[in-house]
Write a protein that binds this ligand. Structure first.
Ligand SMILES: NC(=O)c1ccc[n+]([C@@H]2O[C@H](COP(=O)([O-])OP(=O)(O)OC[C@H]3O[C@@H](n4cnc5c(N)ncnc54)[C@H](O)[C@@H]3O)[C@@H](O)[C@H]2O)c1
Length: 292
């Protein structure tokens, strides 16, 4: 058979108990929530980790963001659960120099970055009709939720293309695929993130670097992961969180909220070589929500 038509066999590698062994993964927004669950799953899958988060609150975001203490706690859990090394660094994904420094630190310590999970994101300021959003609110949402991911891609690009390998996973949302009332900034940013995913996938495919979007539905604010996005979305909509949860359970055909671990499972698959022909894709973990 022509070598042009046949890929090398997987071997045991991607199906092994530790499919990310020997890989270095960089996770943004790792202090809590989905980021913490993904970091833990990566640790269990054998990866070395660089975990980053803003570690302080952000003007204009009406709820507390992940703290440096929470980031260190995620790192501790990862060290307990995995065999790999774990480094942490605080950085605001809006800050080009800070982002560059995190990636430089990762390369100094591990020599390579194989996986970038662009998970950092904000759900608010939201809750307004589109024409009532202020310019500052609009800019902030796009700056964090889409430009932040682009800054990270920009920072890892040279190393990944030189390695001729890499997997970039952008945590978008069902809000990257359909609209939600009173969330125009978030919906726009997440749609743009899906667009960035496709364009980057085309640019980077010749270098063996894959780029995919992961689109969760409504994720339960798990106590262990300390996530709080669902709570904040409910607050933005001025509905009790229980009512918001019930609405989404009813809207998601699998009839339950998404668990952070459900997102982490897909994040491990997209990071591993098992998904080596998957690029430019949007992988939904939404209990069937967007199939309606
Ligand atoms: N929770 C959901 O229902 C849901 C659904 C779909 C998609 N998502 C996406 O999943 C990702 C994680 O959400 P979550 O539910 O864990 O929320 P979360 O608020 O619990 O965690 C988000 C993390 O990102 C960090 N962060 C925010 N702004 C940052 C910045 N400027 N620089 C660096 N770090 C920053 C926060 O400090 C926090 O630790 C987000 O991108 C979110 O949009 C969440």
């Amino acid at each position: 058979m022509s070598t042009l038509l046949s890929a090398a066999p997987y071997g045991a590698g991607p199906f092994a108990a530790a499919p990310l062994a020997g890989k270095t993964a960089l996770v943004t927004g790792a202090a809590r929530g989905v980021g913490r669950a993904c970091a833990l799953a990566y640790a269990r899958a054998g990866a070395d980790l660089v975990l980053t988060d803003i570690g302080e609150d952000l003007d204009g975001v009406p709820y507390p963001l992940g703290t440096a203490g929470q980031l260190e706690y995620t790192a501790r859990l990862c060290r307990e659960e995995g065999d790999g090394s774990v480094a942490t660094a605080t950085a605001d994904v809006r800050d080009l120099d800070a982002v560059r420094a995190v990636v430089d630190g990762a390369l100094d310590r591990f020599g390579r970055v194989d996986v970038l999970l662009n998970n950092a994101g904000i759900a608010a300021p939201s809750g307004k009709t589109v024409h009532d959003i202020t310019p500052d609110e609009w800019d902030l949402m796009l700056d964090v939720d889409v430009s932040g991911a682009w800054r990270m891609i920009r920072a890892v690009g040279a190393a990944m293309t030189a390695q001729r390998a890499g997997s970039i996973i952008n945590v978008a949302s069902t809000a990257g695929l359909v609209g939600y009332r009173h969330f125009a900034g978030y919906v726009t940013a997440k749609h743009a993130l899906v667009g960035l995913t496709k364009a980057a996938a085309l640019d980077l495919a010749p270098f063996g670097v894959r780029v995919n979007a992961l689109c969760p539905g409504s994720v339960r604010d798990d106590d262990a992961a300390e996530g709080r996005m669902l709570t904040e979305i409910a607050r933005s909509l001025e509905v009790p969180v229980e009512e918001h949860e019930e609405t989404f359970v009813a809207a998601q055909p699998m009839n339950r909220l998404i668990e952070p671990e459900d997102v982490a499972g897909a994040a491990v698959w997209l990071a591993s070589d098992t998904s080596r022909q998957v690029t430019g894709s949007t992988v939904t973990v939404d209990g069937g929500f967007t199939s309606r």
